[in-house]
Design a protein around this ligand. Structure first.
Ligand code: BTN
Length: 266
């Protein structure tokens, strides 16, 4: 798969010499973190055929069997503060929608903040982390992790994901080409990186266009606390502006946001 991906990247692509391929790994993001701490370059890409401990937001497991998915992590070393990179997850989500559309013709939607969805099913997810040196305000490195369900049939998913997970092949009604999608992701992430600090407004506007959460009735869960409301807008850092039933309008930056009628939530 690595050779196929390389054959789909331009000879002079700045990241092509920093691509690491693993047949099986615990988590590409965990390994990326180790590599970053040991000096790996900006633009280092890790891709695995299988993850034995893939993980997502809220400490959840990310189902990562061999054969059907793309599990990728990217190390960036942006020269900026964490405050100026709050839009990173949103920017990655748009880049991956661009990549999937370029490779398959299908454009997923984004469920705030980090789920890629199509017709109510989760096609993949994004997990980003910003890491600082102790006592410093500047980002030492960022780790971006992306998992995409490509060629799974509905019955391939474990029972607890049966009502939630989908795949690109089901959405496209035909098998999809993983190296083509992976190469498209690398190219799209590179273009995103070029825009990240200078074109924040453009990236957030693109995110708003893809975000299916906007206009929906939602519930925001934080521990045992649940608040009901309607998603109104995305702020300039990627926060979700919500009108709550108690009459308050607030920006949500963390916690779990569920859309009524989706993923089995009523
Ligand atoms: C989510 O759905 O909450 C995010 C899922 C992110 C999964 C990817 S797969 C590649 C990378 N390695 C991990 O362990 N997680 C990310």
């Amino acid at each position: 798969m690595k050779d196929q991906i390389l054959s789909l990247l331009p000879e002079d692509h700045p990241w092509r010499n920093n691509i690491h391929w693993f047949n099986s790994i615990d988590s590409t993001s965990d390994r990326a973190r180790t590599l970053a701490l040991n000096g790996a370059l900006h633009g280092t890409v890790l891709i695995a055929e299988q993850q034995t401990n893939g993980h997502g937001r809220m400490g959840r497991n990310f189902y990562s069997p061999a054969g059907n998915g793309i599990y990728m992590s990217l190390i960036l070393r942006p020269d900026c503060t964490a405050e100026s990179l709050m839009h990173l997850t949103c920017s990655v989500a748009v880049a991956i929608c661009n990549a999937i559309e370029e490779a398959t013709g299908l454009r997923p939607g984004i469920k705030w903040t980090n789920d890629l969805v199509y017709k109510g099913r989760k096609l993949g997810g994004i997990l980003t982390g910003l890491y600082m040196q102790p006592g410093e305000n500047y980002v030492h490195h960022a780790i971006i992790g992306i998992g995409i369900n490509c060629n799974q049939s509905p019955e391939d998913f474990p029972s607890q994901l049966q009502n939630i997970a989908g795949s690109l092949s089901v959405a496209c009604k035909k098998a999809v080409d993983r190296p083509v999608i992976a190469a498209s992701m690398i190219r799209a992430l590179y273009r995103m990186d070029q825009m990240l600090l200078q074109k924040k407004e453009t990236l957030i506007n693109a995110y708003k266009a893809d975000c299916i959460t906007l206009g929906q009735r939602i519930v925001v869960s934080c521990g045992d606390n649940r608040r009901y409301g309607k998603a109104l807008d995305i702020d300039s850092d990627g926060g979700l502006i919500v009108y709550f039933e108690d009459g308050l309008t607030e920006t949500v930056t963390s916690g779990e946001v569920s859309i009524r009628g989706m993923y089995g939530y009523v």
